[in-house]
Design a protein around this ligand. Structure first.
Ligand code: 5RP
Length: 224
């Protein structure tokens, strides 16, 4: 319940940043949902926005709420707002708990401003060793072996006993490392693996972090 108050406060604070006429990236997950709900309220009050969704789940949410969605085109977008599974003091993120990491990263990278919304349980001194990845199904066992050569154990994510498919019809796997001492070094090694479409390390991407607290207060942090 307390976490929900923080999520809502962060989401609503992010919606207040959106200006008339902006192109807006809608994130995925329970915190991003509060942003979307608050944005809809502002749209009902006259704010004009064009929105891009980061997942099919968010497409469904937007459709339920009557939000007009557009594809991501060459212009990019003005602001993207998304949640995170963990964030450290350098505003480095782990994302992908909802399996939407590839579209989320494409949209975040296309935004002039990437705003991250979390409740305070997500803030950590060091990123935990859990790293979601999206993999092309072809040759996945070989790709898993290459992933494990980076020092983590990887398991394919399943739902009802079957491999979970991402919105891009790829596989999702979860990596577990004892610790993440060098996130940038690991990201570079992951980026070099053929068969890996994307990973949940979002490094150097956050322009603003909004941390919601159980009392409804919101703390703002910018990159150091
Ligand atoms: C989905 C994500 C989410 O942003 C992340 O899992 C946080 O979700 P929530 O706000 O529900 O805790 O990365 O792929």
């Amino acid at each position: 319940m307390d976490a929900e108050t923080g999520k809502r406060a962060a989401g609503e604070a992010a919606a207040a940043l959106v200006e008339d006429g902006m192109r807006v990236g809608l994130g995925t997950g329970t915190t991003a949902r509060w942003f979307v709900l608050a944005l809809v309220e502002r749209a009902h009050a006259g704010l004009r926005v064009a929105c891009v969704a980061t997942s099919e789940a968010t497409v469904r949410l937007a459709e339920e709420l009557g939000i007009w969605l557009e594809p991501l085109d060459r212009r990019g977008i003005d602001i993207a707002v998304d949640g995170a599974d963990a964030v450290d003091a350098d505003l480095r993120l782990i994302k992908g708990g909802g399996g939407a990491l590839v579209r989320e990263k494409i949209v975040a990278a296309a935004a002039r401003s990437f705003v991250v919304v979390v409740d305070d349980s997500k803030v950590c001194s060091a990123l935990p060793g859990s790293v979601p990845v999206e993999l092309v199904p072809f040759g996945v066992d070989r790709t898993l072996a290459l992933l494990e050569s980076t020092g983590g154990a990887y398991t394919l994510r399943t739902v009802n006993g079957a491999a979970l498919l991402s919105d891009n019809s790829n596989l999702i796997a979860d990596g577990h490392y004892e610790s993440l001492d060098d996130p940038e070094g690991l990201a570079a090694r992951l980026d070099a693996i053929p068969g890996l479409v994307g990973h949940g390390l979002f490094l150097g991407m956050t322009d603003l972090l909004l941390v919601g607290h159980p009392d409804g207060g919101v703390e703002r942090r910018s990159p150091r």
